[in-house]
Design a protein around this ligand. Sequence first.
Ligand code: C5P
Length: 219
Amino acid sequence: MQIAIDGPASAGKSTIAKLVAKKLGFVYCDTGAMYRSVTQMAHEQGIDYGDQAAIMAALANTQIRFEPGDPDQKVFLNNEDVTRAIRLPEITNNVSQVSALPEVREAMVNLQRDIAAKQNIVMDGRDIGTTVLPDAQVKIFMIASVAERARRRFVENQQKGIDTPLKTLEEEIEARDHKDSTRAVSPLRQAQDAILLDTTELSIDEVVAKILEYVKVAQ
Ligand code: C5P
């Protein structure tokens, strides 16, 4: 079974997808982490984020390793643990440029389909329902207001000791959504057969419960 969860930045997709996967005993795959890892690789090697040829050449010599289903969601570039590094602002603010490169997308989509073919999966991202897994039995398009998404990120950052002003977070979220929604290849959009789920006023438990209901109906 395949469950696809798409939506804009910081809508809570990964938190929810992880919990849903745990409840169902499915594997969770965070496709955003894959694009972030490619961005991290370009950053480390001093490659311009828009240089597709150089990024693809570097990718051929770099192993992006992660264990779908790993509770810590660890990611490695060759043998370097980049789990934390890929969440830093340098990567967050540039990943949309790298993920817009068609050859990068093609490589990642192939990898994602291979992963999904092997097991029951909950996969989250931007184009899972539209492109990666168009036959997924359950498709969710998860949204929340920009103000609420920035607020959630702000609280999360405070816990990590990161001090970015709320206004900056709102601007960053809007900028990333704009780039992800307007790119030429597989832009962020709701699949025709996806269920729209606005989490602005819902708790995590309420969102998980709703998705489990949809899964029950689809099973
Ligand atoms: O989900 P997350 O915010 O970690 O994703 C980081 C970035 O990776 C997104 O802003 C988007 O540019 C890219 N992405 C994508 N397609 C996906 C998942 C993520 O283009 N399926």
